[in-house]
Design a protein around this ligand. Structure first.
Ligand code: NDP
Length: 331
């Protein structure tokens, strides 16, 4: 009789990857002082890479994927975290080097957990997930660099994806004029519904960039990298800031120093995985006050966890709109 079940990634001697719904025991879990009954998880770009094996994000085998989870504390040896508390986890290598959230049960160090803000249900917390929490980190980064709503338009690239959708909603709610860049121009009504003032075709930004271009936006949240980020930098107003968090087009940055030394543009890097606890708490507190529940619901689809391996290739192909929450089966 097993204790719980989880999606398990394994690799054979030839390096071929398999994914199966496996029966596991508590003893299979890794070290940690808090054990959580997981009720909801989600899919991020990185989860799709792990599930498909498209990129080597998994660095421990076998692995339970899932970089996010929400649930209820089952046992705790951490002061301040009690049995029955509702908690959220984002990143820290979970689903990469530490067994992850596509599971009925997870065990992690207590200081990796954030208490679920009262404003959110576990389902809403996973609708936000790493994608939404990263979008909030990007907005906070722009604020730290002095970007305010009166400065001019803010561009969001990869806007119909998970990070992009939540970034559009957060920036619009804060009073910014948001330009949404997407390859799915048929999603214009969706993006306008989240608060975008205008929508541009990502093809405008995806080719090789000139060092400088017409100044079109005061700031940007970039989920795409590569030529797109180079074009975003080239089109940023004098003194503007670009928060870079993603690589959907590529890991490279074929740019020049021109935007930095001739226009004083700031390129602000954003990492969610190892972000310190203080920044995580700040992000979740701001999400609780700033994120419109209607916009979050509009960006979210809820599916059973059994569908995760089928959804992963669609997400990598850019066919998933916004955020997908997975409900973890409880029997
Ligand atoms: P999604 O797959 O949900 O969204 C990515 C979006 O990027 C797509 O929906 C699409 O948007 C756009 N896109 C995809 N392929 C291309 C391409 N070849 N050229 C241009 N645009 C493209 O992923 P997430 O929103 O979860 O993540 C976005 C990025 O941010 C990923 O690269 C992810 O790895 C990264 N990330 C980084 C984090 C960090 O800590 N720094 C945390 C979370 C994510 P559209 O259809 O609108 O064009």
């Amino acid at each position: 009789m097993s204790d719980f079940s989880a999606w398990m990634l394994t690799r054979d001697e030839d390096g071929h990857q398999q994914v199966r719904w496996a029966a596991l025991d508590e003893a299979d879990l890794m070290d940690g002082d808090v054990t959580v009954d997981v009720s909801h998880t989600t899919i991020n770009y990185k989860d799709a890479l792990a599930l498909t094996g498209a990129s080597p994000v998994v660095r421990r085998w076998p692995m339970i994927p899932g970089i996010d989870f929400a649930g209820t504390v089952r046992s705790s040896n951490t002061a301040g975290i009690a049995v029955g508390d509702r908690v959220v986890l984002n990143g820290w290598g979970v689903g990469e080097t530490h067994l992850g959230g596509y599971s009925q049960r997870a065990r992690v160090p207590g200081d990796w957990l954030v208490g679920l803000p009262a404003a959110f249900s576990p389902e809403q917390a996973m609708a936000i997930g790493t994608a939404g929490y990263t979008a909030m980190l990007c907005v906070l980064s722009l604020e730290r660099h002095g970007v305010t709503a009166g400065d001019g338009p803010v561009l969001v690239t990869g806007a119909a994806g998970g990070v992009g959708s939540i970034a559009v909603a957060l920036l619009a709610a804060a009073g910014h004029e948001v330009i949404a860049s997407t390859g799915r121009t048929e999603e214009e009504p969706y993006l306008r519904g989240l608060g975008a003032a205008s929508v541009i075709d990502r093809a405008e930004l995806s080719g090789p960039a000139r060092p400088l271009a017409k100044e079109r936006w005061a700031a940007a949240v970039d989920c795409v990298g590569s030529h797109t980020l180079a074009n975003v930098l080239a089109g940023t107003h004098y003194g503007g800031t670009v928060a870079a968090c993603g690589l959907a087009q590529g890991m490279d940055l074929p740019s020049s120093v021109a935007p930095f030394i001739l226009r004083g543009v700031t390129l602000a890097g954003v990492d969610s995985v190892m972000a310190p606890a203080s920044r995580r708490h700040e992000a979740w507190e701001r999400l609780a006050t700033d994120l419109d529940a209607g916009a979050l619901a509009a960006a979210t689809t809820v599916r059973p966890l059994s569908e995760a391996p089928d959804i992963a290739p669609d997400l990598l192909a850019g066919r998933v709109r916004g955020r997908v929450v997975f409900v973890v089966p409880q029997d």
